[in-house]
Design a protein around this ligand. Structure first.
Ligand code: FA5
Length: 345
């Protein structure tokens, strides 16, 4: 019996040495030590042995079991480690490889300019207001001192939907809405960025474009307030060296009215192709709110005065970023838009 125990032990130890993987080790363990294993079978026969042989054989079997178990554990650990090393080798990450590029969207140049203007005016205590793009003739014209049949209506070529409704031609429509909604309450300080529509279409005129309107109404508002506000506005957007020039003009809703030019920021006023050698660029309409407009919309012109201006945002963005065709702003060409994903412009 001793001999067959040794034989099983040596054969099993040999098999352990030659095993190639964890699965083979498990098979060897079951064959020698499992419920129906060879050494287990010998233990089961112990009852048939004599009293003196029993402890001797028992000790021998236990010793063989212990040796086999030890070698099995050693082999298992070795195979597990090999497996981990193999995994580490195949799943290795090269941290020096360049990463995948994350494609990030960019802010549209118009939105950049709008946000910049909003931030500036909010910091000066203004509200940001809005109104409908599908507007009534009443708010777009009549309440701005432009009754039906007034020749100045021809200054803006409108998209009429019905005789009463049109796509608003100017953000000035919101002036009348604000005054009517506040009815004699002051101060009013608001800017209105928004889309406007006219029947026009060339490199500097689009059928849809953006304006930003400003309206201030209070007691003792004067031309000096308008001038100072416009200077802060234009210097902030176009640079500290920007100069302004007020030219007398006509708008039915302001009196006096002005067209305001800014010194050409490309040549600094010396004259170049951008400003057609004049040194100036026309940028906005402005004036003191017409007494008729105040009266018509619920404000006493003897007590209150105000100023308003309206500028084309597209033109402002074009000047600021050197864009030569307004249509580029609306074509969504990714090559054009990608130029504006820089944070420092
Ligand atoms: C007006 O629209 C007046 N509502 C401005 C105003 C407001 C005057 C408050 C007085 C008081 P005008 O039609 O000039 O004015 O347009 C203002 C600006 O809008 C222009 O200077 C120009 O920059 C821009 N603009 C006008 N038409 C177009 C167009 N088709 N495409 C792009 N920009 C345009």
């Amino acid at each position: 019996m001793e001999e067959s125990i040794n034989e099983i032990k040596n054969k099993t130890l040999d098999e352990i040495l030659n095993a190639k993987n964890l699965q083979e080790i498990e098979e060897i363990r079951v064959k020698a030590l499992g419920k129906k294993g060879e050494l287990t079978a010998i233990l089961k026969m112990m009852g048939t042995l004599s009293e003196e042989d029993r402890p001797k054989i028992g000790a021998l079997v236990n010793l063989a079991k212990a040796q086999i178990t030890e070698k099995i554990t050693e082999a298992e650990n070795r195979f597990k480690e090999e497996e981990i090393n193999k995994k580490l080798e195949t799943e290795k990450i090269d941290v020096t490889l360049p990463s995948k590029k994350i494609i990030r969207g960019s802010k549209h140049p118009l939105n950049r300019v709008i946000e910049e203007i909003e931030d500036l005016f909010v910091s000066m205590g203004y509200d940001v207001a809005s109104g409908p793009e599908l507007e009534t003739d009443e708010y777009c014209f009549e309440r701005l001192n432009l009754p039906k049949g007034h020749p100045a209506r021809d200054m803006q070529d409108s998209f009429y939907i019905t005789t009463e409704y049109l796509l608003r031609t100017q953000t000035s429509a919101v002036q009348a809405r604000t005054l009517m909604a506040n009815k004699d309450k002051t101060p009013i300080r608001e800017i209105v960025p928004g889309k406007t529509y006219r029947r026009e279409d060339d490199a500097t005129h689009s059928h849809q474009f953006n304006q930003v309107e400003a309206l201030v109404v209070d007691e003792n508002i004067s031309f000096a307030n308008l001038k100072a506000t416009l200077e802060i506005f234009m210097k902030h957007i176009l640079g500290e060296n920007t100069k302004l020039r007020f030219r007398p003009s006509y708008f039915p809703f302001t009196e006096p009215s002005y067209e305001v030019d800014v010194s050409c920021f490309k040549c600094g006023g010396k004259g170049c192709n951008l400003c057609k050698n004049t040194g100036w660029i026309e940028l906005l309409g402005a004036g003191m709110v017409h007494p008729n407009v105040l009266r018509m919309n619920g404000y006493d012109p003897n007590k209150y005065s105000g100023f308003a201006f309206g500028t084309g945002l597209d033109r402002l963005a074009m000047f600021k970023y050197g864009i030569t065709d307004i249509r580029l702003l609306y074509e969504n060409d990714i090559r054009f838009l990608k130029q504006f994903d820089r944070r420092d412009i």
